[in-house]
Ligand binder design. Structure first.
Ligand SMILES: [Zn+2]
Length: 398
């Protein structure tokens, strides 16, 4: 067993815990339902807090009401940065009524905080910022910068992460941790998603003489069967299993006695990190091309492209996170997988930066009515984000 320098793990006193909860509540009170997002007010709130707590912070406006935020605790420059990342937008509210208003940020006396974004992921963003602020407060100067990238738009198109990547936000980043809700378990890999739209254009005819038409529905069904059985040519991933295909919608035809000249299907493909999306699309285009004919034209359109994220479970980032998590919890760190994708799909595959998801909140409550998080879990998360740099960078405490 290797010797690990023992330092007392970060704790939050009662005032600090209250400050963290107030930060989370302030974020929940700002409506950032996406669409349209309007995340700028949330970014400005974090900007003001970050500066007050001694951190560098820059607003990165992307439109009138939308802005990413880049927060930084400067290191001494001897190692690449550790970057935390979280999105500021939330999903809409749904039809059911809430026990407490979704933007009231109701706090139960027994320590449960309610509201849209409590789990996904204003709680995680607040915990990351507070963790970094604790380091600043204790005058820690790590070997590498500790950064927090707060993004817009993750719930719709990852527009904030895409813009940040283009603007060079990932340059000189050595590792990435995203506080999406994982119940504070470690997620080293998640699937990607590729959304496809397949359209068949045939030729209408009287159904009594189908041979005079080209049936778009029959044709597309035959193609879809092939897509469902598609051989991705990759091994089973140890954590994520195999890629999957699900046909989500199909519409076509107008009335029973006309051979349909039009049919559209939407297909959801979930991929593992070994699947290169660009090559996959090329292979699918070939498959589609091979099915053209008999008077039917086929089109393939990609409507969503979010590659998988995968970091080896033995990577030093993962083992550092194991240690950091164990130091702030009575139980050993545990690992899990999640079914959603994240900004990691945009930031990791083109850069190869090791990426981990770990954040407060039950992932099953994300996107749900009555979304809520335990205050004790927010506190544990903030402690984790304060501890992690010490384990990632080695002996870095000032
Ligand atoms: Zn999320």
């Amino acid at each position: 067993m290797s010797h690990v320098e023992s330092t007392a793990p970060t704790t939050l006193d009662a005032d600090e815990a209250a400050e963290l909860v107030e930060l989370t509540r302030a974020l929940i009170r700002i409506d950032t339902i996406n669409p349209p997002g309007n995340e700028r007010a949330a970014a400005e709130l974090l900007l003001e807090r970050a500066r007050a707590w001694g951190l560098q912070a820059d607003l990165v406006p992307l439109s009138d009401n939308r802005a990413n935020l880049d927060i930084r605790l400067p290191g001494d420059g001897s190692e690449p940065a550790l970057m935390y990342c979280g999105h500021l937008d939330t999903v809409p509210l749904g039809e059911e009524s809430w026990t407490h208003g979704p933007h009231e940020a109701h706090l139960d006396p027994d320590g449960v905080l309610w509201g849209r974004g409590a789990v996904d992921m204003k709680g995680g963003v607040a915990a990351m910022l507070y963790g970094v602020a604790l380091l600043a407060r204790r005058s820690v100067r790590p070997p590498g910068d500790v950064r927090l990238l707060a993004t817009i738009g993750e719930e719709v198109d990852c527009a904030g992460a895409r813009a940040a990547l283009e603007q060079g936000a990932m340059d000189e980043v050595g590792q990435l941790v995203i506080a999406e809700p994982t119940g504070m378990e470690l997620v080293a890999a998640h699937k990607g998603a590729l959304f496809l739209e397949l359209t068949a254009h045939g030729r209408a005819a009287h159904a009594a003489m189908p041979e005079q038409g080209s049936n778009a529905i029959s044709h597309l069904i035959r193609l879809l069967e092939r897509v469902e059985q598609f051989d991705f040519g990759v091994d089973e991933h140890p954590l994520l299993g195999r890629p999957t295909v699900s046909i989500g919608t199909i519409t076509g035809g107008s009335v029973v006695n006309i051979v349909p000249d039009h049919c559209v299907a939407q297909v959801d493909v979930r991929t593992t990190p070994d699947v290169d999306h660009a090559k996959l699309v090329q292979r699918l285009e070939k498959l589609v091309g091979a099915h053209r004919g008999d008077g039917v034209e086929l089109e393939l359109r990609v409507t969503g492209d979010y590659p998988a994220v995968g970091t080896s479970p033995d990577h030093p980032l993962v083992t550092a996170a194991d240690r950091a998590l164990s130091s702030v919890s009575d139980e050993p760190a545990s690992r899990t997988t999640v079914s959603y994708f994240s900004d990691g799909s945009i930031l990791q595959p083109p850069t190869g930066v090791p990426t981990l998801l770990c954040g407060p909140g039950d992932p099953n409550l994300a996107h749900q009515t009555n979304e809520r998080v335990q205050v004790s879990e927010l506190v544990r998360a903030a402690r984790f984000f304060a501890e992690l740099p010490g384990h990632v960078f080695g002996r870095s405490r000032g």
